[in-house]
Design a protein around this ligand. Structure first.
Ligand SMILES: Cc1ncc(COP(=O)(O)O)c(C=O)c1O
Length: 428
């Protein structure tokens, strides 16, 4: 079991095996008190549990153990170098969504044969570099992109390994902003056009079809759409095989959701039980691109209360030193994160509007009932390992936050806090 959210579901008072839990009224990460880490490294601060990341990776890997498979951790969820390195050491491969992520993966020690490159709108330079590197697969998004990959590969006298990302028009039942597999979404090629694209590859000497790719969206908490997505691509793979197009793998994308509020989310075993028999029947190996499932529960964003104020209408604002610049999910998709005091006071409950310091009204995490706060108190925003740090920005000239990883009972800085000099080093 990893990360208390997955391990115990809903309440930080319970002890979990790895991740964030309470010890003597203090929230700790794998035994290390967050109050100490914040004292030493300042706030806002991302704190990661290395063990929670390893455990989630292992759970998924073991769930698929009965069939040849490869987990390609989706770096878009969190591409901090130490996180990506840790996953390489755990045995993962990676999915990159830009050439920047490809370069990062190489620096983290991944061979090009462990990298798949997804993403809508690959630029000319990105395609050139991907072809030059000879990645495991470029997940192509359109007929035009296939042509551009073909030209780049022919110019180098090589064949680029490609998979077509199909859009099966399946509703993943997730937030519209993170749904990708509907025909109204910009991603992929309509399923019914994909067969023709594969057949055309016989006339494109720069292309070697190696797989089929599908990704329906993120934070999917029912296995049913994932099953339908897998069935759709397996049907296509069969059709292609019957027509003489032989592939190596089916890439079923990522998307497996986690529980942010304590409600039930599918386990790795349930996910595998739903999709593995379908894909295994194709005889092809499976590639998976999980991001959130692996890192989501493995971090807390630790922030300090910098102001408390009462507004008209009995509203109480708690202003933190972290906001949309450090964690954009609540503002971008109305996402919910549990927010808890690092060291709760023995005081009455107050309903706070918890907001950030950024000069935007949307810079708010939502209302939470907490024991009465004082300026200087520390709060932890939980389950922020995925799409937290990776989406942070310099808006309002705020520095990117520091990041710390707890491993073997020790907290180590994996990214120092950005300075204004760091920001200005790019400017004239
Ligand atoms: C192509 C692709 N693969 C994998 C992922 C990872 O998704 P998740 O973090 O929900 O597992 C994404 C994110 O949406 C994606 O766009």
């Amino acid at each position: 079991m990893s990360g208390f959210s997955r391990a115990v579901g809903r309440d930080v008072r319970f002890i979990a095996v790895t991740g964030f839990f309470r010890d003597n009224n203090t929230l700790v990460c794998d035994g290390v008190p967050l109050s100490e880490v914040a004292r030493e490294h300042g706030t806002p601060l991302y704190v990661y549990s290395a063990d929670a990341i390893r455990t989630a990776y292992r759970e998924l890997d073991e769930a698929f153990a009965s069939h040849p498979h490869r987990i390609h951790y989706a770096m878009k969820a969190n591409s901090s170098l130490a996180v990506v390195r840790l996953l390489r050491e755990a045995g993962s491969a990676v999915d990159a969504n830009s050439i920047g992520e490809v370069e990062l993966a190489m620096r983290a020690g991944f061979p090009s044969s462990d990298i798949v490159f997804s993403g809508v709108g690959k630029s000319h330079d990105e395609i050139e570099r991907a072809v030059q590197l000879g990645l495991k697969a470029i997940n192509a998004e359109s007929a035009g992109e296939l042509e551009r990959i073909d030209r780049a590969a022919q110019a180098r006298g090589v064949r680029a390994r490609v998979a077509v990302r199909v859009n099966p028009d399946i509703d993943a039942g997730t937030h519209p902003h993170i749904s990708t597999g509907l025909h109204i979404n910009k991603f992929g090629v309509p399923l019914e056009q994909a067969g023709a694209l594969y057949r055309r590859m016989a006339t494109q000497p720069g292309l070697e079809p190696v797989g089929i790719h599908v990704h329906l969206g993120s934070q999917i908490i029912s296995t049913e759409p994932l099953q339908r997505g897998a069935s759709a691509v397996v049907r296509l793979a069969r059709e292609l095989r019957d027509g003489g197009v032989l592939l190596d793998h089916i890439d079923i994308g990522g998307g497996l959701g986690i529980s942010y509020d304590g409600s039930r989310a599918p386990t790795a075993a349930e996910y595998a039980a739903a999709v593995l028999p379908i894909v295994a029947a194709s005889g092809l190996s499976i590639a998976l691109e999980p991001g959130r499932y692996i890192v989501g529960a493995a971090a807390a964003l630790v922030a300090r209360v910098v102001d408390l104020k009462d507004a008209a209408g009995g509203h109480h604002f708690a202003v933190l030193d972290a906001g949309m610049t450090e964690l954009m999910r609540p503002m971008l998709y109305g996402a919910f994160h549990r927010i808890v005091a690092v060291v709760p006071r023995a005081a009455r409950d107050v309903c706070y509007d918890i907001v950030g310091p950024v000069c935007e009204s949307t810079d708010a995490f939502g209302e939470r009932r907490l024991n009465q706060l004082e300026v200087g108190d520390l709060l932890a925003i939980l389950d922020t390992g995925a799409y937290g740090s990776a989406m942070s920005s310099n808006y309002n000239r705020r520095p990117l936050p520091a990041e710390v990883m707890v491993d073997g009972g020790k907290a180590r800085v994996i990214r120092r806090r950005q300075t204004i000099e760091d920001q200005l080093s790019l400017e004239t």
